[in-house]
Design a protein around this ligand. Structure first.
Ligand SMILES: Cc1cc2nc3c(=O)[nH]c(=O)nc-3n(C[C@H](O)[C@H](O)[C@H](O)COP(=O)(O)O)c2cc1C
Length: 337
């Protein structure tokens, strides 16, 4: 293993130091009320911090009330949302984890009742979804301002980084894909323009590291591929700090899911764009995860469902791989009876 990175070794996203290469992927808990966190969120995130996850990415928080995907989404569209999030940040920090917040807008995939959905083009996701309004210049301006304000609030809450949700067919993602963006104006000619303006607005307002979560593949013959996504993102190089590579969700398309199914896309984007890259998908087995890190396919791996099943995944993984991990004092007898 000498010279090869260990899963439980530190890494950096620019100035942000992380104690290991395990990232908790953002996972909507559908449990908030009016965007406010509650006891569930507190227990959910702090247990993963006790479990020594290096970077926790808090589930998507909507930048406007009508930009929620589900009525149980977190929000950051009111000043009042900040205090609860700040409490989670402080407690995760006390266990040595870094914590980022994902911010986003549902776009055409919202399921709130009596809400006008917004999208680059007036195309519904499927028959169960409402028809979205094609965004005009004023809508675009308002949503960009909402992203900016949410970023300022996230900074006030003490987050170490922000993740922009540009994946899974939600608003930003639907601007990026040719399947959902059929505009003839500047936002259609350059499908990355909306994302660019969101990133520029955020960067102007806060100095937080910016992670970008994208769908590298639409799994559709006319959709985005890792190659097309690299072309879209190349001009945005100076506007974000790390990539978090997911896939799908833009249109209904079958996805072949197997351990590491998105890693070849992540590796391609890491090599082409040269950014610190987080990859994952159906990962769980520590030896496989260690091999991915050692062979530098990506810089860090994300786990979603594996961390739902076991908040203490890192303890088992580090112990089974024979790597060092900090064990909180009250749990020391996990290894020494
Ligand atoms: C309950 C649940 C909620 C999710 N919510 C989000 C979310 O808020 N934002 C996001 O980008 N992805 C979300 N995802 C996708 C995960 O972050 C992850 O990409 C996906 O589950 C694949 O990783 P896994 O195979 O390790 O579970 C969610 C997944 C689950 C299971």
């Amino acid at each position: 293993m000498s010279g090869k990175a260990l899963l439980f070794s530190p890494w950096q996203i620019n100035d942000l130091s992380l104690k290991n290469r395990v990232v908790m992927a953002p996972m909507d808990q559908y449990s908030a009320q009016d965007g406010y966190i509650n006891q569930w969120h507190t227990h959910h995130y702090i247990s993963r911090a006790i479990g020594q996850v290096g970077l926790i990415i808090v589930e998507v928080a909507a930048v406007c009330a009508n930009g929620r995907i589900d009525p149980g989404d977190l929000g950051l569209y009111e000043e009042g949302h900040v205090a609860g999030l700040a409490g989670i940040v402080e407690q995760c920090h006390s266990h040595g984890s870094k914590i980022a917040l994902q911010i986003g807008h549902a776009g055409r995939k919202g399921i709130l009742k009596d809400t006008q959905l917004l999208a680059p083009s007036a195309l519904r996701f499927n028959a169960q979804y409402a028809l979205p309004k094609e965004m005009d210049q004023e809508d675009i301006k308002q949503v960009i301002s909402a992203f900016k304000l949410a970023a300022v609030r996230a900074k006030h809450a003490g987050f170490d980084a922000l993740e922009i949700h540009a994946a899974h067919g939600y608003l930003i993602s639907s601007f990026l894909s040719p399947l959902t963006n059929q505009r003839s104006d500047a936002y259609g000619k350059d499908r990355a323009l909306f994302l660019q303006e969101v990133l520029e607005a955020i960067k102007e307002a806060v100095d937080l590291p910016l992670l970008l979560r994208i769908s590298a593949h639409d799994y559709h013959p006319e959709g985005n591929t890792p190659e097309k996504m690299a072309q879209l993102l190349e001009p945005l190089d100076a506007l974000y700090d790390a990539l978090d590579v997911s896939s799908g969700g833009v249109v209904e398309a079958p996805i072949k899911v197997y351990p590491g199914y998105q890693l070849s896309s992540a590796q391609y984007l890491k090599e082409t764009l040269g950014k610190p890259t987080i990859g994952g998908g159906a990962l769980e087995e520590p030896k496989m995860v260690q091999k991915i890190i050692a062979s530098q396919v990506v810089d860090a791996i994300y786990l979603a469902r594996a961390l739902l099943k076991n908040p203490f995944w890192c303890f088992n993984a580090a112990l089974s791989l024979g790597q060092e991990i900090e064990i909180p004092k009250p749990y020391a007898r996990m290894v020494h009876l």
